[in-house]
Design a protein. Structure first.
Length: 333
């Protein structure tokens, strides 16, 4: 490994600078793995045990696919994504349910409102409130249900940690990460979420990105690449990452998690210990560059402004990958 010495405590990832004053700092762990899964660079502890949260979704979708769910194209993409509840997202979720003979009433994720402003406003104007189908995790829940129908598993209890579809998820994550999926908690949507080492999450991402033709892993990667608007939504950072870096896969998670794999399999995983996603995408770009990836300037991903009084008064400055790993050198201020 050519980067900074690995530390087992969080390191400073980024600084929030307002009017020349360092207002706050984001600490965490970052790892970049090569296409074969070996650690190329690391800041903090690459083996820190963490909860992948929604960065787990491509692997949950893969588990559903390998269990027999009839997923392809946009249906498979929406199962991999935290969608923003736009009409085309809802149609894709409904298509999965129709395909396995179920309705929205089978969904067990918590109800939510669309993250997309226009979709949210339309729902409110129609006199409707939070619904399961527009909640950002409904795609993966529909995929799990489709797998249950195919296998003849109980659909009412698919969120139980010991349900066969959840065991399929644990086995899939363990296989691709090279680490046995650890303690299982309940995610925000209600689905089980196993813990995994940060480097293991990155290795799983690399396995998707480098999967051979005809494999379920390749199908997941191709769906994410072809339909990034279903992984997030209009203007969403996950979607913009994939659009701006052709061939890449990107999936963030709650509490400061971000996973991205380039087309060659080089993969970065980020965990901010304060739980903030504010700098994680920009940190991931900086880490990939520090690992030798010749990425072009990406202001839409790297420029994180700090505003005051309705105007820009500062920026989030990335620390990792800078001289001596400490002197903040902002790319866009």
């Amino acid at each position: 490994m050519t980067g900074p010495s690995v530390r087992t405590v969080p390191v400073e990832l980024a600084r929030v600078v307002r009017g020349g004053f360092v207002e706050s700092r984001h600490y965490g762990h970052v790892v970049v793995v090569a296409p074969d899964g070996t650690v190329r660079e690391a800041w903090g502890d690459p083996d820190v045990l963490m909860l992948p949260r929604s960065s787990l979704m491509p692997f949950q979708a893969l588990a559903a696919l390998t269990a027999g769910a009839a997923l392809s194209g946009t249906d498979l993409a929406v199962a991999c994504g935290s969608h923003t509840g736009e009409p085309f997202h809802v149609e894709a979720v409904d298509a999965i349910l129709r395909g396995c003979g179920l309705t929205r009433t089978a969904l067990r994720n918590v109800p939510g409102m669309p993250e997309d402003t226009e979709a949210r406003d339309a729902l409110v104007r129609a006199g409707r409130g939070p619904e399961r189908v527009v909640m950002n995790c409904s795609g993966k829940h529909a995929a799990m249900l489709a797998a249950c129908v195919h296998q003849g598993w109980d659909t009412a209890t698919y969120l139980d940690p010991d349900h066969p579809v959840q065991r399929q998820v644990y086995d899939t994550l363990s296989r691709l990460s090279g680490a046995k999926a650890g303690r299982v908690v309940v995610d925000g949507c209600g689905a089980p979420c196993p813990a995994v080492p940060l480097a293991g999450l990155a290795r799983a991402g690399a396995a998707l990105a480098t999967a051979g033709p005809g494999t379920p892993e390749r199908a997941v990667a191709e769906a994410m690449r072809a339909h990034p608007e279903y992984i997030g939504g209009t203007g969403h950072l996950n979607t913009r990452f994939a659009q701006l870096i052709p061939g890449s896969l990107a999936k963030g998670g709650a509490e400061g998690v971000f996973l991205a794999a380039l087309d060659d399999g080089t993969t970065v995983a980020v965990k901010a210990v304060d739980g903030s996603p504010r700098a994680t995408t920009a940190v991931a770009v900086a880490a990939l560059r520090a690992a030798g990836q010749p990425l072009p300037p990406l202001p839409a991903l790297e420029d994180v402004p700090v505003e005051g009084g309705g105007r820009r008064v500062g920026a989030v400055q990335i620390v990792i990958g800078t001289p001596e790993g400490g002197a903040a050198t902002p790319a866009h201020v």
